[in-house]
Ligand binder design. Structure first.
Ligand code: SF4
Ligand code: FES
Length: 241
C-alpha cells in the first residue's frame, strides 16, 4: 500500500523556521513506521534526520509524535494508520536539534537528579544483594522504563511548568524508593515531596496512555504521594526518621 507522510523538517543551522515535507512510500501492512522512515532516508532523502537503534522497543531512541500521539516508530505498524496522511513530528516540549531529533540532555539530567542507582552502604555480599519475590513485586512494572521520554513529552504539566520533574523522572524515583535494598528511601521521598516533584502531577493520565512499556505511570506517582504521607507525615502511623 502507498502511504503519504508529512514530516517535520528543521535544521536550525540553515533554516529560518520549521516546515513540513511530503513523501510517499510503499509499505506492507506489517511493516513499521520506522521501516518507512528508513526507506525515505535510504531511497528518497538522505538529509532526513531521526534517531533509531534497536528497532525492537528496547533502546527508547525513536520516540516521535505520530499523528498527534507520542510513541515509538518501531512499535507503530503501518496497518494501524488507515488515514490519508501520517504526520511525523519531534517530541513536543523538547528542543529540536534537527528534524525529528530532539535534545535529550535536560530530560536525562532531570532523571540523574533522582540518583537512578542503588544506594546501599553495606559491604557488598559475595554473590548479589537479594530480594524476595514479594519485595520485587513492589517495584511493579516501572523497571521496564526505556527512557523514551514519550510520557514527559505528552504531559500537559511538563509543557507549562519547566520546574516539574516530569513523569519519567518520577518513575525512576519510584524505582528506587520501593527497592527493598536501597538505603536512601526517606531522602528520596523528601526530594519528591515538592510542588515540582510528585505533587506537580494532577492526574492527566497522558503519560500512562502513551507509555510504550505499559507502565502505569500516573498510578505509580499517586503511590509515591501516598508513601510520602505515610513515611514523612506519619499518616497511618508509619512515619520514619
Ligand atoms: Fe518511556 Fe514509559 Fe519510561 Fe516514560 S515511563 S520514559 S513513556 S518507557
Ligand atoms: Fe529502539 Fe525503537 S529503535 S526502541
Amino acid at each position: 500500500m502507498d502511504l503519504h507522510f508529512k514530516i517535520f523538517r528543521f535544521d536550525p543551522q540553515v533554516d529560518r523556521g520549521p516546515y513540513f515535507r511530503h513523501y510517499t512510500v510503499s509499505a506492507e501492512p506489517e511493516e513499521r513506521i520506522l521501516d518507512c522512515l528508513n526507506r525515505i532516508k535510504g531511497e528518497q532523502d538522505g538529509t532526513l534526520s531521526y534517531r533509531m537503534s534497536c528497532g525492537h522497543g528496547v533502546c527508547g531512541s525513536d520516540g516521535l509524535r505520530i499523528n498527534g500521539t507520542c510513541r515509538l516508530a518501531c512499535q507503530a505498524l503501518v496497518r494501524d494508520f488507515q488515514c490519508p496522511e501520517i504526520v511525523l513530528e519531534p517530541l513536543p516540549g523538547f528542543k529540536v536539534l534537527k528534524d525529528l531529533v530532539v535534545d535529550m540532555e535536560k530530560f536525562l539530567e532531570g532523571i540523574s537528579l533522582f540518583r537512578p542507582y542503588l544506594i546501599n552502604r553495606a559491604d557488598p555480599p559475595e554473590t548479589e544483594r537479594k530480594q524476595t519475590p514479594g519485595e520485587r513485586e513492589k517495584l511493579g512494572e516501572v523497571i521496564r522504563c526505556i527512557l523514551c521520554a514519550c510520557c514527559t513529552a505528552s504531559c500537559p504539566v511538563s509543557w507549562i511548568d519547566a520546574r516539574y520533574a516530569g513523569p519519567a523522572a518520577l518513575v525512576w524515583a519510584f524505582r528506587y524508593i520501593f527497592d527493598s535494598r536501597d538505603e536512601d528511601r526517606l531522602e528520596r521521598l523528601r526530594q519528591i515531596d515538592h510542588p515540582a516533584g510528585a505533587w506537580g502531577c494532577v492526574n492527566h493520565f497522558e503519560c500512562t496512555r502513551v507509555c510504550p512499556k505499559e507502565i502505569p505511570v500516573t498510578k505509580s506517582i499517586n503511590q509515591l504521594k501516598r508513601e510520602i504521607g505515610k513515611k514523612l507525615r506519619g499518616e497511618s502511623g508509619e512515619a520514619e526518621k
